[in-house]
Design a protein around this ligand. Structure first.
Ligand code: HEC
Length: 104
C-alpha cells in the first residue's frame, strides 16, 4: 500500500516537471519571437534560417556555437550570440525542445 502511494507521488512529480519543462520553453521563446517570429518562421534580419521545426540536435549545436564563440566583429552573429550568452544549458534545451516541435 505505502509502496503504491509512493509510486503515485513519483509519477505526479515526473508529470509536473515534464509539463513545466514544456511551458518553460514556450515562455523563453518569447525572447526569440521578436526576431524569429512568434511561430519561428521569420528570417531574423534576413540572415538566419527558419528555425521552426529544425532538428533538435542541429538547434542545440547552433545555440552552443553562438553561446561559446567570442564574436569580435559587430555582425549578426554577435547579435544572436548576445541572446544566449547568459542562458544555462537547461533553458537552452527547453527552448530547443519547443522550437523543434513548431510547425515547419
Ligand atoms: C535581436 C534579434 C534576435 C533575437 C532576439 C534572437 N535571434 Fe536567433 N538569430 C538572429 C540572427 C540575426 C541570426 C543569424 C545570425 C548569423 O548571421 O549567424 C540568428 C540565428 C539563429 C539560429 C541559427 C538558425 C539558422 O539555421 O540559420 C538559431 C537556431 C537561433 N537564432 C535561435 C534563437 C533563439 C532560440 C532565440 C531566443 C533565445 C533567438 N534566436 C533570439 C537574431 C535574433
Amino acid at each position: 500500500m505505502t509502496q503504491h502511494i509512493k509510486i503515485s507521488f513519483f509519477s505526479i512529480f515526473m508529470l509536473c516537471s515534464f509539463l513545466q519543462a514544456g511551458s518553460n520553453g514556450e515562455t523563453l521563446f518569447k525572447q526569440c519571437a521578436g526576431c524569429h517570429g512568434p511561430d519561428g518562421h521569420n528570417k531574423a534580419f534576413g540572415k538566419s534560417g527558419i528555425i521552426a521545426g529544425q532538428n533538435a540536435e542541429v538547434l542545440i549545436e547552433s545555440l552552443k556555437y553562438y553561446k561559446e564563440t567570442e564574436f569580435k566583429t559587430h555582425g549578426t552573429s554577435l547579435v544572436m550570440s548576445k541572446q544566449v550568452k547568459n542562458m544555462n544549458m537547461e533553458d537552452l534545451l527547453d527552448i530547443v525542445n519547443y522550437v523543434s516541435k513548431l510547425q515547419k
